[in-house]
Design a protein around this ligand. Sequence first.
Ligand code: GLP
Length: 262
Amino acid sequence: MDVLIVDDAESVASRGFAFTRRCLDQKSDAVLGLATGGTPLALYALLVAAYDRGELTFDKVRSFNLDEYLGLSPDHPQSYSAYMQRELFGRIDIQSRNAQLPVCEDPEDVDEVCFDYEKQIIGAGGIDLQILGLGENGHIGFNEPASSLASRTRLKTLARGTLEANARFFHAGETQPVTAITMGIQTILDAREIVLMASGANKAAAVAGMIEGPVSAFCPASALQLHPSVTAIVDQDAASQLKLKGFYEWIALQNDRLGRSV
Ligand code: GLP
């Protein structure tokens, strides 16, 4: 795993942007795996700004989001569909049929939606670049601790801590779903390249578990150690519990010197 330690959340987003732009420059019909939550907001703002400047087009891009709450209609403001529309899809030229989330409004359809989502990803040729955030308990997507490392898209019950962390997105009186459909860990590992972004001291333990802990379902993000092309972009606070922090900074310095940095 490549570990890039940068100053702050803003730099996390700008490095994440550089990886995304490189992917789109290399392949105009790239398939992106996208994340929600607070972390990717600054990345999406940079993508929108680049689109506005005429530097990027998403006309041929396809995207698959990691997850969506079960039972929220796509136009519910707190659905991830509405988030993506607000923050990215509605502000760039991606074709709406090419921007997918695992939407399921009727619980009876869950199995079919999950099966179909996997089929659609394969049909699109697989994900070229998967963007990830990180939960405080080490989750990626909504793959909570004890998720099978071989899991595929399915329904998950969210951990109490995850519900508390995400409660800030819901207004008083709004029902916060406790289940969601999420890509599985194996679905994520099937992507050709993965960029995980994390910032803030509240992510430090999860970052350490992901990079230096054992590969274990206890910290789902540790499964990324099994992937040959992962870059973790973390800020100083999120990197604060890494034992080999100086080593990762040394490697990044050498890569900069050799002109191998993205
Ligand atoms: C949510 C999402 C994840 C996200 C994580 C971190 O639960 N399902 O995809 O990465 O939590 O969120 P944030 O970036 O807001 O800290």
